[in-house]
Design a protein around this ligand. Structure first.
Ligand code: FES
Length: 158
């Protein structure tokens, strides 16, 4: 686990903070993800032990909610809007093109760790559908033809 040595005491602090609270598991998972950037298996096991839950239950929660990541995130996070308007306006084709360009599926990270492909439900920019975000940059009226140029902005040396 990355940052295991220095992160361990911080994780203990997080767990202690939520002991006995309602919704403690979700909050602890959120904070642990904030600490590590994702939720490694070891961290899930530690959280399960601490709250005396079966590992399968904690894993189930972590995989149920889209906000949690079980794998490290790439340098750049691409989020494709899967909201209704974007879906109608061509979002699935945009997603397919990104997936093809990067050779990864939704939720995966490229081998060079440059990009992680994720999704989100509505960025509140439906008038510009279909919309994608790369890190904090929002792109509207995206077409499959624009994808290569957009991705190139995040590749050094391109
Ligand atoms: S549905 Fe995509 S931005 Fe609203």
């Amino acid at each position: 686990m990355e940052n295991c040595c220095c992160g361990e005491s911080k994780l203990s602090g997080i767990l202690a903070r939520y002991q006995g609270q309602d919704g403690a598991l979700i909050k602890a998972l959120q904070d642990a993800q904030g600490l590590y950037g994702y939720l490694p298996e070891e961290v899930l096991a530690r959280i399960a032990d601490y709250f005396d839950h079966p590992y399968s239950q904690v894993y189930g929660v972590a995989t149920f909610y889209a906000q949690f990541r079980l794998k490290p995130r790439g340098e750049n996070l691409i989020r494709v809007c899967t909201g209704t308007v974007c879906h109608i306006m061509g979002g699935p084709q945009v997603l397919a093109k990104i997936s093809e360009e990067l050779n990864i599926s939704l939720g995966e990270t490229t081998e060079d760790n440059k990009f992680t492909l994720g999704s989100a439900v509505c960025f509140g920019a439906c008038s510009q559908a279909p919309v994608i975000m790369v890190n904090d940059d929002i792109y509207g009226r995206v077409t499959p033809e624009r994808i290569a140029a957009i991705l190139a902005r995040y590749c050094t040396g391109v």
